[in-house]
Design a protein around this ligand. Sequence first.
Ligand code: NI
Length: 138
Amino acid sequence: MSNLYRFGISLDKDLIDRFDNHIRLKDYNNRSEAIRDLIRDELVRKQWQAGDEVAGAITMVYDHHKRELANKLMDIQHDYGDTIISTQHIHLDHHNCLEIIAVKGSAKNVQHLANKLRSQRNVNHVVVNMSTTGKILT
Ligand code: NI
C-alpha cells in the first residue's frame, strides 16, 4: 500500500479492552484491519441510506404450495429485471423454497423490491444483505 496513512487514537482502557476482545472473537490479526472494516461498514451503510448504487442479495423463504404465490413472486421479479443480476432457487424441503436474489442497482430499488416480496402473504422470511459494488472501498 503506497498510500498508507498512519494515525493514533486515544481510547479509554475499558473500551480498548472490549475492542481487543471483539477483534479476537472475530479472528482479526490486528486492530488496523478491524478498524478498516468498521470504517468500510459505515461507508456502505451510508451508501444504502443515501440511495446510491449498491450490490447485495435478498434471501427469501416461502412455501411454493401456497396458491399463486410462486407466480406472483416471479411477476414481481420480472418488474425489477434491471436490478436483479441472478436468482438461485433451492428446494429446502417438500414445502419450503429458499431464493437468493443477487442485486445491483439503486438502494431504493433494492429496498422496494424487498418490500414487495416481503409483503406477500405466505412469504415467511425476507432479509436484505446490504453490500457494495466495491468502488468506494479501494
Ligand atoms: Ni422450490
